[in-house]
Design a protein around this ligand. Structure first.
Ligand code: 2AM
Length: 474
């Protein structure tokens, strides 16, 4: 065969990746379980480049040049395993099989081990940027062997987004490293969206109209303001809002399908690595709460909010929310990078965080100016936490008054701001000398004789709390 690369699974993401490859001059083999999709892609976009459609996997494999490179883009979970196995039956030693979906990294590690026995290089690649990114340049996070990257990397770099001429694609590390980094990426994205979505909007009484929000900030209106949760990003009449909500729902559903929500759920768990990612977790929980309709319906109109809730200085609140948004985003990044570092250490991946920050600067949803500062800090000295990078710490110190006022106002007016509040709690926890954790250890020793350590002496101790209160080495 002559095709440079093949794509299996031609729903929107797969089709757009195939087109992106073709736009870059590569000959692309195509296969989809339901042939109508393959036919439609060739019919509508065949003129954009060189495509080689096949109606069965044997034909597909035969159309590829060796070593074969195949990207599988199907739903995460069982469909992925079924499809990968079906494709692998037609592959030979040295071929490269890529899962470009949102697999959980433990599944990716398992698959990598199993395909290695066959001599097939398995690559779990995180691909970010949604449909638009897939077509015009995504941020790509491939994991797998160095040999696989040597074969596949140039093609992926070719179709990735570019920032200052550099591709937003790099070899992240072995086996599950790419999918792990993608999972963290999605977690940061979640926290960021949550912070924006749940920003504060003091709405004018009896008036739905307002100015569209600028620069990604929540819309804030003048008038006699009352704080309400910010949901709709666009003003308009009720019908317009309904249409907008329906469209947002469609976008959300499409997005969830494209991104797969399993990794997000897991990104939100405190994780077996013991890394506190509470700002990210709260963002995920906020989403499950908003989808928890039975409880919400039962509580609505029953649980009362606070009596007050006036905001006196709207302009100041606008500025405060801006500070809170920025600071929360920094905390989400700090936690995500900490999580990546811990996973890399635990798995011996050797992930270069500076490189991760570099490839997130373009193509993906979480691109931010902050990433250039992250890249520089990690390239220079690899700090233990982003929060402690001197210029970041200074900016956080400057942002904190507004951040605190935003949380205080939200709490006072009954507006949930889990991302702002959780990130602030993290900031205040990590900066302290001593934590209430000492009290918790004492209580655990009291109730369960779990023993405790002391700050002034080595060893474990137990106190007879309800007796004569004597302390014994444990
Ligand atoms: P289909 O067009 O035949 O449904 C997104 O759903 C993509 O994943 C589609 O290309 C879809 O193929 C494919 N897909 C989903 N489940 C699959 C399965 N079990 N086997 C093969 N492809 C599957």
């Amino acid at each position: 065969g002559t095709a440079d690369i093949g794509v299996v699974g031609l729903a929107v993401m797969g089709a757009n990746l195939a087109r992106n490859l073709a736009h870059h001059g590569h000959e692309v083999a195509l296969f989809n379980r339901t042939q109508a999709r393959t036919d439609r892609l060739v019919e509508e976009h065949g003129h954009e480049g060189r495509f080689v459609p096949s109606s069965d996997l044997a034909g597909f494999a035969a159309s590829l040049s060796r070593p074969r490179k195949v990207i599988v883009m199907v739903k995460a979970g069982e469909a992925t395993d079924l499809t990968l196995e079906a494709v692998a039956e037609h592959l030979d030693e040295g071929d490269v099989l890529v899962d470009g979906g949102n697999a959980h990294y433990l599944d990716t590690q398992r698959r990598e081990r199993s395909y290695k026995r066959k001599g097939v290089h398995f690559v779990g690649a995180g691909i970010s940027g949604g449909e638009e990114g897939a077509l015009n340049g995504p941020s790509i996070m491939p994991g797998g062997s160095a040999e696989a990257y040597a074969v596949l990397g140039p093609l992926l770099e070719d179709i990735s987004a570019k920032v200052e001429g550099e591709p937003c694609c790099t070899h992240i590390g072995p086996d599950g490293a790419g999918h792990f980094v993608k999972m963290v990426h999605n977690g940061i994205e979640y926290a960021d969206m949550q912070a924006h979505r749940r920003g504060l909007r003091p709405a004018a009484h009896g008036r739905a109209a307002g100015r569209p929000h600028r620069r990604g900030l929540p819309r804030l209106e003048r008038g006699r303001p009352r704080l309400v949760p910010h949901r709709d990003h666009r003003p308009g009449a009720a019908a317009g809002r309904r249409r907008h909500r329906a469209a947002a729902g469609r976008r959300d559903r499409r997005r969830r399908r494209a991104e797969g929500h399993r990794p997000l759920d897991r990104a939100g768990s405190p994780s077996s690595l013991g890394v506190p990612v509470n700002a990210i977790a709260e963002a995920v929980f906020a989403r499950s709460t908003s989808g928890h309709t039975t409880v919400r319906e039962a509580a609505r109109g029953v649980l009362r909010g606070p009596g007050g809730g006036q905001v006196d200085d709207v302009d100041r609140l606008v500025d405060d929310v801006r500070q809170a948004l920025w600071a929360s985003k920094v905390v989400a990044y700090a936690q995500g990078l900490d999580h990546i570092r811990a996973a890399s250490d635990a798995n011996g991946w050797g992930v270069d965080v500076a490189e991760v920050a570099r490839i997130w600067r373009g193509g993906c949803i979480i691109r931010a100016r902050l990433l250039e500062r992250i890249r520089r800090a990690w390239a220079e000295h690899g700090p233990a936490t982003l929060l402690a990078v001197p210029d970041v710490a200074d900016d956080l110190a400057r942002a904190q008054d507004g951040w605190r006022r935003t949380v205080a106002t939200a709490v006072g007016t009954g507006v949930p701001v889990p991302a702002f509040a959780a990130s602030l709690a993290y900031y205040d926890t990590v900066r302290r000398d001593r934590l209430p954790a000492a009290l918790v250890q004492g209580l655990r020793d009291f109730f369960g004789a779990h023993t405790y350590e002391r700050t002034d002496r080595p060893g474990s101790f137990h106190t007879d709390w309800s007796g004569d209160r004597t302390e014994h080495p444990a």
